[in-house]
Write a protein that binds this ligand. Structure first.
Ligand code: GLU
Length: 300
């Protein structure tokens, strides 16, 4: 049991870009168990910084689905789009450290640059940004900014790592990790239409909400290297992480919003009870969050 002074705080942080499916239910239940089994707090955050893809009706429906599933959360739901000043302040602090630069490249420019170079280092999400605007002539940069040329803000990851020095982070499933944020390249931290990015907002918000254990799918494992760097640069508390396995469909593919058959709304409409859906999501009642049921066997 946690002490009152340092309760475990976990969160589920869905993006309202569609309806929830069993993979989301697994992730939410994973975080919920990790907190509740030790008397900790479980929070809900809506990650809706992308106005093109997020919809209020999805937010309303996902809250309804999570409640139906039997989940309870502590305190108010934090909606990221309600807090632009928090993200702006973090961006300003990074700018003050000299580790961000404006990038005027379109997707087409980036593809052309990579084709010209004949190769590009690859990260877990594909080719890395070739760094074109990092070396832009300062006068040219000033002129483009003055002319209001659309741009994104990117992290100069090499400079940032030089300031932060060697970093480590701990994952409950995978152990200690040496942070290697360079594998993601100079990521975008803000755009004109979305004045923050997933990476920046998630790091800042986990700190503001006092999250001590970040539970989320293994698809975000590599992102954590970068989040650890952002924490160091911004002077934020360092939580622990637990990246959980991803549920797959019967073809062994990761569940996605396209797999309609496993949508929580569809299961509800088909007459499933919450306990049955919890079980389908890998949490039959009585299962501990640290267990994983694979083909009928409980794995610790
Ligand atoms: N909003 C992210 C998603 O829906 C999850 C972010 C996180 O848990 O760090 O994939």
């Amino acid at each position: 049991m946690d002490t009152a002074a340092s309760p475990t705080v976990t969160r589920f942080a869905p993006s309202p870009t569609g309806h929830l499916h069993l993979g989301h239910a697994h992730s939410a239940l994973f975080g919920w168990h990790a907190a509740r089994e030790v008397g900790g707090h479980f929070l809900l955050r809506i990650e809706d910084i992308d106005p093109q893809r997020c919809r209020r009706e999805y937010e309303r429906d996902l809250i309804d689905d999570l409640s139906w599933l039997g989940l309870t959360w502590d305190g108010p739901v934090r909606r990221q789009s309600d807090h632009p000043a928090d993200h702006r302040a973090a961006l300003d602090r990074l700018a003050g450290l000299g580790v961000i630069y404006p990038c005027f490249c379109s997707r087409k420019d980036i593809a052309a640059e990579i084709a010209r170079a004949g190769h590009a280092p690859h990260g877990p999400d594909g080719p890395l940004y070739p760094g074109t605007c990092r070396g832009l002539d300062p006068a040219e940069r000033v002129a483009r900014l003055a002319a209001d040329v659309p741009h994104a803000l990117r992290l100069d990851v090499a400079s940032a790592m030089a300031i932060a020095g060697p970093l480590r982070w701990h994952d409950r499933a995978h152990g200690w990790q040496d942070a290697t944020p360079g594998i993601l390249g100079d990521v975008v931290l803000a755009r004109k239409d979305t004045p923050t990015s997933y990476h920046l907002a998630v790091t800042v918000d986990d700190h503001i909400q006092g999250v001590t254990l970040v539970t989320r799918g293994e698809d975000l494992f590599f992102a954590t290297h970068l989040h650890r760097l952002l924490q160091a640069l911004l002077g934020l508390r360092v939580p622990e992480w637990h990246h959980h396995r991803l549920l797959t469909n019967d073809r062994g593919e990761r569940l996605s919003k396209r797999d309609r058959a496993i949508g929580l709304r569809d299961l509800r409409a088909a007459g499933y009870e919450p306990a049955a859906v919890r079980s389908l999501a890998g949490f039959p009642d009585g299962r501990k969050g640290s267990d994983l049921v694979v083909q009928g066997k409980v794995i610790k």
